[in-house]
Design a binder for this molecule. Structure first.
Ligand SMILES: Cc1cc2nc3c(=O)[nH]c(=O)nc-3n(C[C@H](O)[C@H](O)[C@H](O)COP(=O)(O)OP(=O)(O)OC[C@H]3O[C@@H](n4cnc5c(N)ncnc54)[C@H](O)[C@@H]3O)c2cc1C
Length: 297
């Protein structure tokens, strides 16, 4: 189906995009990779009268390393994060970027668009939650930085104001002797996860000093499994503690039955994904190189 007619505006800078948004009103939409917005427009679930295209803004797509960690421009597509040597230093980023949909979508879809969309099954938010990332936003009144834990507020709802855009994602370098992993179960490549798990372990002398476990696609927003984290913190990471964490994560999940499976099936997936993620994160914390890819049914 063709989308409804709309006025097309091309922003020359991030600031100009924010100004255009505030001038065009709340029904105007930003266009990044178009991988969520355009299908919605073609299905006529969305019919914005104005589109502000971000794709011609110079210097808005990058992965840069600095003293504090990584800075990722909002317009950076998943494929560029997948291929980035700077991002490779934090393997969980590669786990995520390389598994999103298929290569065509990874070449167009952006990290900023993905976070703004706040799809409960999106891959980036759970991963960035384990890394305590921050989201830099720009509006007509200036900039503000929102912790990712406060950015996703509900299904398809972010903390962005109507005239704000994401300009950058800030990712702190994880402490030494820490390891992370992200693993999603998908029915095939170009579909969202049935369930996913992002985990991070910070180890010291064989003991887990800090843990983060966040589940995707099993709640209206990513689910932080606090009791699962507590099962690991200040303990050795053994088969028994991993089992306890996976069981606690299962209890924290709040999945809805849908075409991807029953609620019980998704809870079982969570148990398996958390266990597998913890095994890989532990190896990475010990300095081992482990390739991880999503599981396809
Ligand atoms: C078939 C298919 C399968 C997919 N599978 C997955 C998957 O497995 N995992 C996954 O995570 N994603 C998946 N996606 C989504 C895709 O990865 C994109 O990340 C996602 O569509 C949004 O990014 P975009 O750049 O395309 O945003 P757009 O579609 O251009 O925009 C999405 C929304 O965000 C707003 N927006 C865009 N950029 C900004 C910005 N900088 N600041 C503020 N608001 C902004 C837009 O106005 C719009 O409301 C899939 C998409 C398709 C079509």
């Amino acid at each position: 189906m063709f989308p409804r007619a709309f006025h097309y505006h091309r922003a020359g800078s991030l600031k100009e995009a924010a100004t255009m948004l505030s001038q065009l009103g709340p029904e105007a939409k930003l266009l990044a990779g178009g991988q969520s917005l355009i299908p919605l427009m073609k299905l006529r679930f969305a019919g914005p009268p104005h589109l502000v295209d971000l794709n011609f803004i110079p210097g808005a797509a990058y992965v840069k390393q600095d003293a504090g960690g990584l800075r990722v421009g909002a317009l950076t597509c998943h494929a560029d994060i997948e291929d980035s040597p700077a991002a490779a230093a934090i393997p969980i980023l590669h786990d995520c970027a390389a598994g999103i949909a298929d290569v065509q979508i990874r070449n167009r879809g952006t990290i900023g668009g993905s976070l703004a969309e706040a799809d409960p099954s999106g891959d980036w938010a759970p991963v960035l939650l384990t890394l305590n990332a921050d989201v830099r936003c720009l509006g007509p009144k200036g900039e503000r930085t929102v912790p990712i834990s406060k950015f996703v507020v509900d299904a398809y709802t972010s903390a962005l104001g109507e005239d704000e855009l994401i300009i950058e994602v800030l990712i702190q370098a994880p402490p030494k002797s820490s390891g992370g992993a992200y693993i999603a179960f998908k029915r095939s490549a170009p579909v969202y996860a049935s369930a996913s798990a992002a985990v991070r372990l910070a180890m010291e002398d064989g003991v887990c000093r800090d843990a983060a476990i966040v589940l995707g696609a099993v709640g209206l927003t990513p689910v932080r499994a606090l009791e699962a984290e507590a099962a690991l913190r200040n303990n050795q990471v053994t088969a028994k503690t991993m089992e306890a964490a996976a069981e606690a994560a299962r209890a924290a999940a709040d999945p809805q039955p849908d075409m991807r499976g029953s609620a019980e099936y998704k809870r079982q997936l969570v148990t398996a994904l958390v266990k597998r993620g913890l095994e890989v994160a532990l190896k990475r914390a010990r300095g081992e190189k482990v390739e991880l890819s999503h599981i396809y049914a």
